[in-house]
Structures are given as C-alpha cells and as structure tokens.
Design a protein around this ligand. Structure first.
Ligand code: MN
Length: 423
C-alpha cells in the first residue's frame, strides 16, 4: 500500500495546492458542527473536516476501543500509542484516496462524515496535562542577553549545556480565536522605588511550536533519544503571551510566574510527527558537545516556515512582522523531552512543551516584539501611520506555519488572538 506521505497521492476531495491540509497531512482536531452533537475527533482535509466518529459508527474505521473518537479531546486516542496512530492514519488516507470508492461513492456517508470547515467550531484539541516552556533558540537567547545583560557575553553559562525551561500553567492554554485579556500584575519600572499593581503596559507575543506528548513515561526513568521521539504525537503553533514588565520585576530568582500564566494560545489542528517526516533536517552544530544523555544522532529539527501577522483595530489588512523557520532551534524537541525526564520527572499523555521563542539570524526573523522593537527603542511603523512597540488593546496577532513539499504543503492553519482591555 502507498505510504500516506507519498507526494503523488490525491484525494477525491479537491484540495488547492496552497491549502494547509492536503491528503499528505491529515491533522487531528476536535470539532462540533451544527448538528448539535457533542465535540468529537476529526481530521482536516482541504476545506472539510472528516468526522472520525461517523466513520467508526459506519464500520469504516476500527481503532480497537470504543469511545475514542467520541471524546472531546485527543488524549484517549493518543494513549493507544504510535502503532495505532500509524495504522489509523494509513486507513484515513486510504478512505480519502481518489481511486477508492468506499467513501467517495457512498453519498449518505459522505453527507454524514464530511463537514465544511466553515460550518464547524474548533475546540482545544487536547486536555493539557502539563505545560512546560523552553528557551531553546540561540538567536532569541542572544538577543535577550544582549539587551539585558552583556553584548560581549550574552548567553548565561548554563545555556549551551542545558535546554533551559520552566513549568508553566496548563489551566490557561486556550485554542485559537480565544480573546486574551490584558493581564494585571505588579509593575516596578527601574526608575521608581516601589511597585504598583495594574494592567501590563508591555504586552508581547512569543512565536513558538508546541510539542504534544502522546505517551507517558514512568517516574524515575530516563529516556533515550528514540524513546523520546516515539512519545511525540505531533505539533501545534503556540503563542506564549508574555507580560514583559511583570516578568522583569518578578523573575528573580525563580523565573517567570504571572508574566506567562495568564494565557497561552495554540492552533486547533495537531499535525502528526509522521506527516512531518519528509521535512526533517539536522539542527545547528552543538558546541560544546552536549553531555552524553543529551546527544542526538537523528535529524530532529524540521524545515518549517513560520509567519507572524499583526492587525490593529484601525487596520483593514494585516501586516507581516516576522518570517522565520523552526529549523534554527539549537535544542531540538527530542532533546527537550529527554532533558525533561532526566531527573526522573514523569511525563503524561497530553503534556505540552513550548519550544521557546523561535528567532532566526536576520532582523525580520525575530519571534517577539521585545526583539522586533529592541526593547521598545525601535517601534514598528504600520500602514496608516500607527506605531507599535508592544501590543495595544484591539490588536490581533496571527501565526501560521507550514512545510513546503513539491506541489503541496503540510500546514498548521493558524493561531489567532485579539487583546481586550484589562477591565
Ligand atoms: Mn516562551
């Protein structure tokens, strides 16, 4: 049987070459439709959602366990493991092929199982078990270190040895389209003596990828590179909203707390690790050589274009403010996961790992406003004469990402968030 990643595959459903969701992608999400049924599991194909629960009801898809696709989250499916993920993806691909009459010629089933994306509501695709955020782009860490530390020695001594991270909040991970209320917090600019409490004045985004963990690891056990790889179910776009002024005052000595806890937005479709296989590349050379437990042999980075658009309340069209690539990451997602479990920390199905802000070497590849506006000193000029250093109420931020194949793309859709006033 042809592999679901084969670039020559075609679906009987017409898919535009510029679409994020050709038959080679098949990302998983949770949706509800106008039928009034509860949110359940679906797969994006072109501008339709394929209802996996309907296929299961019709006897076309057998996951081996009841209720998995009727769940309002992907956790029960992910828990079944990589062999089941591969088998089900291959079966969905088979059902959608242009030369397979099973679904193509069954008008009744097509009507039940294929829903136009315009008619669905997309939900948070996983119950987030735990959320951890890393700091793994050397360009980002260098930019931040140059601004706040030392131009000649911007990286802290541990940075080249450890994938730096902190434990974030799973309670405020939200799906694309959820409005983000401007956070409140303690503010103490360097020029005042005592802190005050009020709305954040330096609200920022961070362009990141989120890794969705689909398999658990036991407390007390370390992971090999291959074990970590096989625990990764897929990836989403992730916006790690950040309150820079709150962060500046609170982060010493334990790291970010409230500055990052008020909202984290993710895209609704989880693109599987398997669909991204053709786009794997080696990451940057690592010097000094990491400690043995962190060494990697495989190509664990991905050649993936990432885009950020900003639209203020006054603008009709969004303006692109960043275009970068996931391949630049110094520490790979596999190394982050190996490190995460290295103390004996247990990982759970539904854990979410933020890659850390993804910046590249060029100025237009900076993945946060902190870097784009160089800590507020270089405002962005927007069409219509507006300027931005940090986000204002009414601003909408959209992130997109895709891997470009020959005549098709494996895309993520988008993650959008609009800022609303603190009170
Ligand atoms: Mn972050």
């Amino acid at each position: 049987m042809t592999h679901p990643n084969d670039p020559t595959l075609r679906s009987f459903i017409g898919v535009d070459p510029a679409s994020d969701f050709p038959i080679q992608n098949l990302p998983y999400g949770v949706f509800s439709a106008k039928d009034g049924l509860a949110p359940r599991v679906g797969v994006a194909i072109g501008d339709h959602v394929l209802d996996l629960w309907q296929l299961e009801q019709d006897g076309r898809l057998d996951v081996g366990e009841l209720g998995v696709f009727a769940a309002p989250m992907l956790n029960p499916f992910m828990a079944l493991g990589p062999k089941v993920w591969a088998r089900i993806r291959a079966r969905i691909s088979e059902l959608l092929r242009h030369d397979n009459p099973e679904l193509r010629d069954d008008a009744g089933l097509r009507l039940r199982a294929l829903v136009p994306t315009a008619d669905v509501k997309l939900h948070l695709p996983i119950a987030v078990a735990g959320y951890t955020d890393f700091y793994s782009s050397k360009e980002h860490a260098t930019n931040v270190g140059t601004m706040f530390r030392d131009k000649t020695n911007p990286l802290l001594p541990n940075w080249l040895h450890i994938p730096i991270g902190y434990n974030g909040r799973s309670s405020t991970v939200v799906v694309s389209g959820t409005k983000v209320r401007r956070p409140r917090g303690q503010l103490k600019p360097p020029n005042v003596e005592v802190p005050s409490f009020g709305p954040c004045k330096r609200l920022d985004f961070e362009l990141e990828m989120g890794v969705v963990i689909g398999q658990p690891s036991p407390m007390g056990e370390m992971l090999t590179e291959q074990q970590a790889e096989e625990m990764i179910f897929g990836f989403v776009l992730l916006n790690d909203w950040s309150a820079r002024d709150i962060q500046q005052w609170e982060y010493v000595p334990l790291g970010p707390f409230q500055a990052k806890a008020f909202a984290t937005s993710i895209s609704p479709w989880i693109v599987t690790r398997e669909a991204l296989q053709p786009f794997r590349v080696h990451g940057p050379a690592q010097h000094p050589t990491p400690l043995p437990y962190l060494r990697q042999a495989a190509a664990n980075n991905y050649d993936m274009v990432l885009d950020v658009d900003l639209r203020t309340a006054q603008m009709n069209e969004p303006q692109n403010i960043c275009r970068t690539n996931f391949k630049y990451m110094y520490w790979s997602s596999v190394q982050q996961l190996v490190h995460h479990a290295s103390s004996g920390c247990a990982m759970n199905v539904g854990d979410l790992l933020g890659s850390g802000t993804i910046s590249g070497p060029d100025k237009h590849e900076r993945g946060s406003l902190l870097e784009i506006s160089w800590n507020g000193s270089e405002p962005i000029e927007l069409p219509g004469g507006e300027k931005r250093t940090f986000l204002e109420d009414g601003d909408s931020l959209v992130m997109r990402g895709w891997c470009q194949g020959e005549g098709y793309r494996i895309g993520f859709g988008e993650v959008e968030g609009t800022i609303v006033a603190a009170e």
